[in-house]
Write a protein that binds this ligand. Structure first.
Ligand code: 1CP
Length: 344
């Protein structure tokens, strides 16, 4: 059943209403920038305890709604819960980042992973966090659920951590083509089951993060990404989907044609040629440079207005990637308020 929200501007956009301004939220708004988040986080054994404790995950999910006045909440979790559910556990090392103690080395490692509904069933703590968030939100704003895209998760499972070049993961694509497809297919079936469960548990919109799309090129993206993204878009039912493929400017035409309701855009893409390329019907999300939030507020204001008017209607205001942890909170609030004052 559709729920009525006190602030439903994001959902009205997806329903095709003529809204008066773009909805606004920030990638990585939960955690990182808020002192309230740090206060909760500092009392815990670590990041994983927060992610795996539904009441606490719900609390930090709702913090940016209270503190920043954003038009949507995004569930506090991480993309790396999926590899873990499939049989490859991750650790989060303080001040360093995520690490996989074991990585995928061979086709046999891929065969050992579970997938689909069975893997998604392992993520009950995420669904419980959605349930807890929905009651804490009390119908104030819609809730966004998310997943990493197959290629981005594949790259962490091969590399064991972040990388500048992702050359181990790319080498596997070139050397172990069949095994690569098997892993991407297993990830795809898991992502579909997982996102559908999130929607069952109250996610109103879902976003797919293909954060490392930009290390590939068109032939690799065509072969190893687009078919799986298409399967996910077709298989996820009951909520609009935002597809954020960072750096995938080489495949924009294809991405716009996959059937998602919205495309996330990073700040390296110019709005005018992009709008001409993808047309005015698809919703675009983004694309302010997160670094711009360090600028004086007068300049942030001008940049918000410039982006909103260049995008035109069918736009969700956001950054072109996640907000940086040391961004001044007052500037983040200014950014949100400026969008809320904008009128078409
Ligand atoms: O509290 C801490 O110290 C841990 C830092 C942290 C946080 C706050 C990590 C580890 N993950 C998160 C939360 C998180 N991750 C959210 C929360 C909801 C939100 O507010 O948006 C989301 C959506 C993610 C998604 C995520 N995790 C992505 C995709 C988005 C992106 O930024 O491109 C990626 C690539 C990750 C992996 C990851 N998890 C954590 C870190 C530091 C990283 C990046 C590692 C790297 O490659 O360097």
């Amino acid at each position: 059943m559709k729920r009525a929200y006190k602030n439903d501007i994001l959902l009205r956009l997806f329903e095709g209403d003529n809204i008066e301004r773009p909805p606004v939220w920030l990638m990585r708004q939960a955690g990182r920038i808020l002192p309230q988040y740090r206060a909760i986080r500092n009392n815990l054994s670590g990041f994983k305890e927060l992610v795996e404790t539904p009441e606490l995950a719900a609390e930090v999910t709702v913090q940016p709604v209270d503190e920043l006045g954003v038009d949507a909440a995004i569930i506090f979790s991480d993309i790396l819960v999926i590899p873990e559910a499939m049989g490859l556990p991750y650790e989060l090392i303080e001040k360093v980042g995520p690490r996989f103690p074991r990585t995928i080395q061979s086709a046999a490692d891929i065969d050992a992973l579970i997938e689909g509904e069975e893997a998604a069933h392992e993520l009950q703590y995420v669904y419980n966090a959605l349930d807890a968030t929905k009651s804490l939100l009390d119908d104030r704003v819609p809730l966004i659920g998310f997943s990493g895209a197959p290629w981005t998760l594949f790259s962490y499972m091969l590399e064991g951590q972040g990388s500048k070049t992702f050359s181990k993961a790319k080498k596997f694509l070139y050397q172990e083509r069949e095994a690569s497809h098997r892993l991407l297919a297993k990830l795809t079936s898991t992502i579909i089951a997982y996102l559908n469960q999130k929607i069952e548990h109250g996610a109103d919109v879902v976003q797919l993060f293909d954060s490392w799309a930009g290390v590939l090129n068109k032939p690799l993206y065509d072969e190893f990404c687009l078919p799986y993204l298409k399967q996910i878009i077709d298989g996820v039912q009951g909520a609009p989907l935002i597809l954020f493929c960072r750096g995938a400017w080489f495949s924009l035409d294809d991405l716009a044609g996959l059937g998602s309701q919205a495309l996330g855009i990073d700040w390296n893409m110019s709005i005018k040629p992009l709008r001409e390329q993808v047309g005015s019907d698809i919703i675009l999300q983004g694309n302010m440079d997160p670094c711009m939030l360090y600028a004086p507020t007068s300049e942030i204001g001008l940049e918000v207005d410039r982006i909103c008017s260049a995008m035109g209607r069918n736009h969700i205001m956001n950054l072109g990637h996640g907000v940086y942890p040391d961004t001044p909170l007052a500037h983040v609030k200014f950014f949100v308020d400026q969008v809320k004052k904008y009128r078409y």
